[in-house]
Design a protein around this ligand. Structure first.
Ligand SMILES: *Cc1c(COP(=O)(O)O)cnc(C)c1O
Length: 479
């Protein structure tokens, strides 16, 4: 167990070793885990032991500026792999692009009910917290090793811009983002195509989002191509993304009296990525009472916490598209913990899941999980009604993801313990759904409004693997 007996200013050296949930990949340090993404055995990396902060250490974090808080928390995960000056530089850069002085402002909605706004970053959604840090971290680690990489991704519109904003202008990273031409909203398109940096390449594919994903998969499956371009993904299973998200759980709880007062969190989630960071904050010593999950109609997580069974179903489009998922990829890390870090059982359950699309845990394990987690699902009609209700009662305009967290908090919050809903997107990002629900058109914040009139750069391509590979081989727009 790692205890902090000496006062720590974020520069202490904590040995941190990472292991894979499947038990067969090499144990690595923070830098290697970040660059690897997925472990070689197909598992997900996490620290062999959770760093522990005693109450005095947590109390000393009160009132720190966000980037400094991030330094103190992230130092517990980076071990010797980042010196304090480098870590400070990375967090200052990452959180320097937010358009609110508090970075993650906390607003009160009702007695004991708060929302933490995680949408003041460059793409107006919570993924900026992780990706702004990860982009600069990637660039630093690659630069240190004299390497570079090419990131290839597919987007249905929501997540592409966060990745683009994370790596724009970086020397060691090139990015190709595929989106289905004409099937993303104008704001979504412009959030991507208005980025004119030489290392950013937007490809508008004549096809669907599934076509884009299949093209990306095929490029990763081509070993020669993958190695020729050092292909990489900055997907949500990357450990450094989870680590960066732990910070705002600390921030919210500290603002509400941690370590002396417990707090609940209500988290709209699909991949389990966001709420996992809350579980980790608790494992580090933060007094988190309950973690409340909000899902839309794609409710694989809510069904798990009701039944103890993880069952894959088809994905239905909803008003909260960033939670329209079929597989909660980060759930594996929590499952590893729930099963007492038994990699053999993880392997068996994950095999069952890919073979049959389902697996289950025991009654006792479900009961243990439900001691901490609750879950609530809300369909589109409920989501619209909740947006209207919150607007009527508080004059706050919430986006269709965040508001599912509010609904979940109302059902599962406990009196006497404040609940913080994580606000994951700015309502202007989903302006049509918000306007339909409460009659108010939310304009884009000034910090991003310029994209609607500026220059765009995008390459139109056919749904043709060979053509796209040739284009990347040729170093489209090489700069
Ligand atoms: C990505 C996203 C989510 C879901 O995040 P998870 O990684 O599934 O926890 C929720 N809301 C918004 C706006 C998002 O962009």
């Amino acid at each position: 167990m790692i205890e902090s007996r000496v006062p720590c200013t974020g520069g202490c050296e904590f040995p941190v070793i990472y292991e894979s949930t499947r038990g067969a990949a090499p144990r690595l340090g923070f830098a290697d885990v970040t660059l690897a993404g997925l472990a070689a055995d197909g598992g997900l990396y996490l620290p062999s032991e959770w760093p522990k902060l005693d109450a005095g250490t947590v109390r000393a974090l009160r009132g720190l500026p966000y980037a400094e808080l991030a330094n103190r928390i992230l130092a517990r995960f980076t071990g010797d792999d980042l010196d304090p000056a480098t870590l400070s530089r990375l967090t200052a850069t990452a959180y320097g692009r937010f358009d609110h002085a508090a970075i993650a402002p906390l607003k009160q909605l009702d007695t004991g009910l708060y929302v933490m706004e995680l949408f003041h970053g460059p793409t107006l959604a919570f993924k900026d917290f992780a990706l702004q840090f990860l982009g600069h971290l990637f660039n630093h680690l690659l630069g240190e090793r004299g390497r570079s990489c090419t990131i290839i991704g597919a987007t249905s519109g929501d997540t592409g811009s966060a990745a683009i904003e994370a790596v724009r202008g970086l020397e060691s990273v090139k990015l190709y983002m595929l989106h289905p031409r004409g099937k993303v909203s104008e704001v979504q398109r412009r959030q991507m195509t208005s980025v004119l940096d030489d290392n950013i390449h937007n490809l508008a594919v004549d096809g669907t989002f599934d076509d884009c994903q299949n093209l990306v998969k095929a490029m990763f499956n081509d070993t020669a191509f993958r190695e020729r371009h050092s292909l990489s993904a900055v997907n949500s299973i990357n450990w450094a993304r989870i680590a960066a998200q732990v910070v705002y759980y600390f921030r919210a709880a500290l603002e509400l009296g941690a370590p002396d007062r417990p707090v609940n969190f209500a988290v709209p989630t699909g991949n389990f990525g966001n709420v996992l960071a809350g579980y980790i904050a608790r494992a580090m010593g933060l007094p988190v009472n309950r973690l409340i999950i909000g899902s839309n109609r794609n409710d694989i997580l809510t069904r798990f916490f009701e039944s103890g069974r993880m069952e894959q179903q088809g994905v239905e489009p909803t008003l909260s598209p960033s939670m329209d998922i079929q597989i909660s990829s980060n759930f594996e890390r929590y499952l590893f913990e729930l099963l007492g870090r038994d990699a053999d059982r993880i392997n068996a359950l994950m095999d069952a899941f890919s073979r049959d699309g389902e697996f289950g845990v025991t009654e006792a394990e479900l009961a243990a999980a439900r001691k901490l987690f609750s879950a609530h699902r809300l369909d589109d009609a409920g989501t619209s009604a909740e947006i209207a209700r919150v607007y009527r009662e508080t004059s706050e305009i919430m986006d269709p993801h965040s508001v599912i967290g509010v609904a979940a908090a109302r059902v599962h919050g406990e009196p006497g313990v404040p609940t913080v809903v994580l606000g994951t997107a700015h309502p202007a990002k989903f302006a049509d759904a918000v306007e339909a629900a409460c009659g108010v058109r939310v304009p884009l914040p000034e910090s991003v409004a310029h994209i609607m009139t500026g220059e765009e750069r995008v390459e139109n391509v056919a749904n043709d693997l060979a053509e796209i590979k040739a284009l990347i081989d040729g170093g489209l727009g090489q700069g």
